[in-house]
Design a protein around this ligand. Sequence first.
Ligand code: TYM
Length: 338
Amino acid sequence: MRVFSGIQPSGNLHLGNYLGAIVNFVKLQNTKQCIYCVVDLHSITVWQDPENLKRNIHEITAGFIASGLDPSKSIIFNQSSVQEHAELSWLLNCVARVGWLNRMTQFKEKAGKNKEKMSVGLYTYPILMAADILAYKATHVPVGDDQKQHIELARDIAQKFNIDFHDRILEITNEEEFFVLPEPQITGPVTRVMSLRDGQKKMSSSELSDMTRINLLDNADQISNKIKKAKTDSAPIPEKMSEINNRYELMNLLSIYAGIVGQSHEEVLNVFSGKQFSYLKDNLTELLVQNICPIGNEMKKIINEKEYLEKTLKEGAEKARVIAIPVLAETKKIIGLA
Ligand code: TYM
């Protein structure tokens, strides 16, 4: 079993990244071989200020470490340092079908009406993501709910390659299949953290208003202010989950609470049913300040340790390449290129 996942260095590591992904990354590192990547090649599919990109790569790396990832247990590196990702991505471009990419909802959401003006990279992005995973023959991919479709695409690409080249794979490797079909791991009480201003939109680093998200680097005042101003409704907090229905903002606040304390929604609802929203908000603020601020403070320290960060990423890339180089070499041989 091998775990692979990645996070884009596009600024503002937020609570969605933390609860949807990083918490699970940390849990998995004690029992599995884990590879966690700062996916810088993905981030440049939309404009990134070159002056900030390096800092953002360091920010994610510091966020990983401050959240509990241990570079001696997990392989931590940045994508552009391992050239095998980009090369495998091209090979997989020739396996994936245009119709498959046209179904990707994230591209449609991100591009909106400006499809023609988007970079080609944003369109083919899920193929690079498949290459990230398949280069390591990863079996498990811990992600938030929004990445499910991309992992299904990676499975489709792996399967098509295995079928298209079946005879060559058998001849060269003595196996029936070459690529492993990766399993998405979308677990925990909160797999999709929503915006604090709109419970039907996901919390995102690309949202213009900072009030929509809790960043891991926010201080106690910022957290308190954002939770205070988070959208709610005027009905009382009910007793049963079945009574929450379309109250998306309430559901989001309860989910965040549940995610941090590691309890079920029902357990959290028991604490807050019949209480005022201000009571829920005060408690949630306290919980976030206790749990997120220490991570943010640690991140701030580590971000300044540039040599340590560079060394960690370089060593991680060396370890990653030990796995990715032979996978790419075999892929080329199977295709008939090597
Ligand atoms: P990215 O950088 O947008 O997000 C990183 C991780 O955080 C999760 N996430 C969320 N989870 C819950 N609620 C939210 N509001 C929320 N926002 C983000 C994402 O699901 C993700 O797990 N394409 C990926 C990065 C990637 C990748 C990979 C992941 C590139 N190659 C290979 C896995 C395997 C992305 O843009 O994630």
